[in-house]
Each structure stands twice: as structure tokens, then as C-alpha cells.
Design a protein around this ligand. Sequence first.
Ligand SMILES: Cc1cc2nc3c(=O)[nH]c(=O)nc-3n(C[C@H](O)[C@H](O)[C@H](O)COP(=O)(O)O)c2cc1C
Length: 198
Amino acid sequence: MHMPQLVAATRTVRRFQQNRALTERVLHGLIDLARLSGSARNAQVLQYMPVLEPALCERIFHNLTWAGYLTAWSGPEPGERPPGYIICLANRDWQKGPDTELYCDVGIASQSMLLAAAEKGVFGCRIGAFKPTLHAQLQLEERHRIFLVLALGYPAEEVVLEDVGAEGDIRYWRDEERVHHVPKRSLQDVMLPPPTVF
Ligand SMILES: Cc1cc2nc3c(=O)[nH]c(=O)nc-3n(C[C@H](O)[C@H](O)[C@H](O)COP(=O)(O)O)c2cc1C
């Protein structure tokens, strides 16, 4: 797939084929690409924990908040839950700069992973809304701080891009066929004209 198609296809997926297992090899390959991604000061403060063990996946799942705009839906049912996760965390021992740098780094790293995953037919959801209890449940050390949880798996839902309408509503929605619709602003709306230089 060429890059424009790949970027457009790399959509957030929240319902998965839970019984279709991911391999350690796939997750390790994604982490290897996160490793090569851009990093403020090249400090490379982030570390990544791959998780495939079903009982641990289940434990992680109960710490996550799904799709805030879909108020009638509390997240994927058993059978549609993610069969794998990559926990993105900062190692405070390596951190010299502010947290804002890490938020940028984790965005870049997670996009590398999601793009490469999509190329293999694997999709995911970034979860920034996780419970603080996740730290202890993953038996992490004090120096580790979770920044993002990447839920991964083969998709069990279709996602369609839409234009943001004139009313400017950016909330995603799900239709009667449970197809997920994601409105995006137009190119015209996101592009600012440069100033005239006299
Ligand atoms: C930093 C970040 C944090 C996010 N956190 C959550 C989350 O906690 N729960 C969730 O269901 N989706 C989460 N998402 C997914 C967004 O809702 C999703 O990217 C958005 O709806 C647009 O869909 P798209 O990724 O297909 O473009 C997060 C996305 C980003 C970039």
C-alpha cells in the first residue's frame, strides 16, 4: 500500500477478533519501529511492554476507557476484546526534558507502530484514558510511568471516514450496521494561508 492509502487506512479500531491471536514476532517488530522513530533531544525515554497472555490482557482491559462519544457503549464485549497490547511507558531515569516531549514522542512512536500494523492487517486503538491502577497491576517500577496503552488485533469492525459537516461536529458515531464513522475536517479548514510579505 502506498503511503497516502496507508495513512487513510490506519483508523482506530475498537472491536477485534479476540480469538485470532497476534504473534510475539509482530509485536516485537512494531516495537522495533517505535525504537527508530523520532524523539525530542533523541533522548529515547520511552520503553514498550508487549502483552499477549490472555489473562494479563483481560486484566489490562478492565483499566481502559473506550470511545467516550459512544455513550451507550462501554467497550468491546468478550470475543471482541484486544488479543494484544503494547504498553508505552517512560523510563524516568532517562528523562531530562519535560513531559511535553514525551507526549510528542509517544504520538510519533505509536503512529509508526499503527502504520506498520495496518500494513499487516492489524489495527489498534490508542488508549490515553487508563486507570492509575494499571501501573501496579503490571508490576511496574517507580521509575516507570505509563503514557499510552496501544490495544491491537485483527479488526471486527468497519471504519469509514466522513467529512465534518457545516455544524462542525467532530464526534464519531456508529450506525445501525455497527459501522464506525469518523468525521475529519476538510483540507481547506485545516490549512491556513501564509501571511503576505511586503
Ligand atoms: C493521544 C490519543 C489518546 C486516545 N485515547 C483514547 C482512549 O482513551 N479511548 C479510546 O477509545 N480512544 C482513544 N483514542 C482514539 C481516538 O478517539 C481516535 O484517534 C479518534 O476518534 C479518531 O479516529 P482515528 O484514529 O480513526 O482517526 C486516542 C487517540 C489519541 C491520539
